[in-house]
Design a protein around this ligand. Structure first.
Ligand SMILES: [Zn+2]
Length: 319
């Protein structure tokens, strides 16, 4: 099984998580290969960052470690990212954070997002662009009140995700992008419906993944004791959305499971700055072996969600 979305931290953030430790958890959970995300400190943007990152991987796990390079609207940086993709088997794709809160990796403005697709198209990039979709204009950050953690789910409503997915699909079309658009951690049924429509029209190569936490829990978790621990982006949704997502998972409208494993120190979550993220790789084994069959997902479908569909998209890179 593969977990194509983890945040291994390491380096300056080794107190949160390390690559070596993620491989230990992965082993316990039955996961063999992982795809790491570029919002590390420093972020993964250039070839030098890729090289430094690979030095942190336990030597015996080098064949199981893959990473994304982050996208900025800077042409030189994108050229370098595509060169890395071509040069390193370990570089699995390019990650676009189409939302706020990621510093240098946040590409909020639609004009800048357009520029990225245009440049990648001009470079002939055929790999995956993995996009975190939450459109800034639809976020209502003023509603966020740490003393009532459930407000986090009101501050980042489903519309923000849906509108951003709409944007990405339109940009792929407009710039004639020939790579694969992957929407990471979908959390709203409306987003899955848009992706499914674009996919079945066969006009573009588009996939989406879902996390265990968005299938397991609704936003009531934020209202409970230690609700702040359940703060993540996108947030946990309402019960009726979870039911729909489970249906779509069953119908094969979601391509794979990705944990978005994102650990922080407990104090960073319970107190300022109340960092978003959940260490969901710990849920993986039970999720796949108990929960998914429990909600009526067949063995064959589970194999697709945890392995086959991922190999189908990244097969040129992973063996
Ligand atoms: Zn993530």
């Amino acid at each position: 099984m593969i977990d194509p979305h983890v945040h291994c931290r390491d380096g300056k953030q080794a107190y949160k998580e390390t690559i070596a430790h993620v491989f230990e958890i992965a082993k316990e959970q039955g996961v063999e290969k992982i795809f790491d995300m570029p919002n590390t400190d420093p972020p993964i943007l250039y070839e030098h960052d890729v090289q430094e990152r690979l030095k942190l991987v336990p030597v015996d796990r080098l064949g199981d470690y893959y990473l994304y390079v982050g996208a900025t609207a800077d042409e030189k940086q994108l050229e370098g990212a595509v060169e890395c993709y071509d040069k390193y088997t370990e570089v699995i794709g390019i990650k676009l954070h189409a939302s706020n809160s990621r510093g240098i990796l946040s590409v909020v403005e639609i004009e800048e997002q357009r520029r990225i697709y245009k440049i990648l198209s001009a470079l002939g990039y055929r790999g995956v662009i993995a996009v975190h979709c939450e459109k800034e204009d639809y976020l209502k950050e003023a509603l966020w009140d740490p003393s009532a953690p459930i407000t986090h789910s009101y501050a980042r409503p489903e519309e923000a995700e849906i509108e951003s997915v709409k944007d990405q699909i339109a940009l792929v079309r407009e710039t004639d992008f020939k790579g694969i658009l992957h929407i990471v951690h979908v959390s709203s049924p409306g987003a899955v419906e848009l992706i499914d429509k674009a996919k079945t029209g066969r006009e573009m190569n588009v996939t989406c993944g879902v996390t265990p936490h968005h299938i397991l829990w609704d936003n009531e978790m934020l209202a409970g004791q230690d609700g702040l621990l359940y703060r993540m982006n996108p947030p946990l949704r309402e019960k009726k959305s979870i039911e729909k997502l489970r249906e779509y998972l069953k119908e094969g409208k979601i391509d794979w499971i990705e944990t978005d494993h994102a650990p922080h120190a407990r104090g960073e979550k319970l107190f300022h700055p109340y960092l978003p993220g959940y260490p969901s790789l710990y849920l993986y084994g039970d999720f796949v072996n108990q929960i998914l069959p429990g909600i009526g997902i067949s063995k064959e479908q589970i194999k697709k969600l945890t392995s086959d569909n991922i190999y189908e998209i990244f097969g040129n890179k992973i063996r």
